[in-house]
Design a protein around this ligand. Sequence first.
Ligand code: SF4
Length: 368
Amino acid sequence: MPITGIYGPDDFADRPQGQTPASHRAAPARPGAALPMPSLEWTPEVERATAPLYERVKHVIPSIEWPLLAPTIKAINELKQARGAVILAHNYQAPEIFHCVADIGGDSLQLAVEATKVKANIIVQCGVHFMAETSKLLNPDKTVLIPDSRAGCSLAASITGADVRLLREKFPGVPVVAYVNTSAEVKAEVDICCTSSNAVQVVESLNAPTVIFLPDRYLATYVASKTDVKIIAWKGACEVHERFKGEELRAFREADPTVQIIAHPECPPDVLAEADFTGSTAHMINWVREKRPRRLVMITECSMADNVRAELPDVEMLRPCNLCPHMKRITLANILESLLTLGEEVTIDPALAERARRSVERMINLKN
Ligand code: SF4
């Protein structure tokens, strides 16, 4: 059914002005923690040491570019060992990060959950700020670093904890579900979190006739189309996925009727209507591994298509892809800097973290 109502900052006359979400909070590097910069020269030894890594990305990184990347990749991998650190990389990170320096790759929740299983005391999060916060929530005793704390997200920035309190006042007793793409401050105000993989399951688990689902209006619309629960949405959107258009997908289909199209549920409904499959990043990757389509249009962030193609070079990717400028703030250079200086450390107020952790853990426990 269509969503029951949709609200945003302009719908609350008494909303405090000038609010910004409590994201992008990170402590600077610890004094005295810095290690000296290693050599970043392209040498025969670097070429030898990184040859197995180049094999993984040779279909998506031209050989002429490798000498520019390999010295930093080698330095990061050595420093990671020396620091006892683990690197988590989201599916939207560039192939030289995802395939060459990351220990664990996946969607935001997979990363945070996997991080709870590793022995390393330092986590370097190659993704955006809310992901680093989620890792910190689930790993409170570990040091979580983000190479650039300005790596935000249009969804996380669309809503604050105060907005959730205003929604609760307007709809007393209606449970609130937050997509994991929200700040810790928002997670602390809601009943449970969800991902794009489990959103319908989470909504239905509440056994309520109506649920407030935030902040992504398109994911809310998708969930509403899959359940009888009435959905009240928020006017947030992912700036990457909302730019896709159904007509561009129809053009691909007209040019080659055999092409397969898969899309992320953060896309608008006219885009999802053209897709052969709709799913989260993890579900999309599994779908490609299983189906091995000859030609594929993957409607999500560009780097994910590169990362899948590095693994499955026989799948031809047609690409109306959009880059996420926030994800692209993370580079090999600032990952190296982060390991050298142990900056920037993600911190969350312990009382707020306690409440936010409950929402995330409630979802994880539901899954099991
Ligand atoms: S792709 Fe969209 S949802 Fe993901 S970090 Fe970028 S803006 Fe946020």
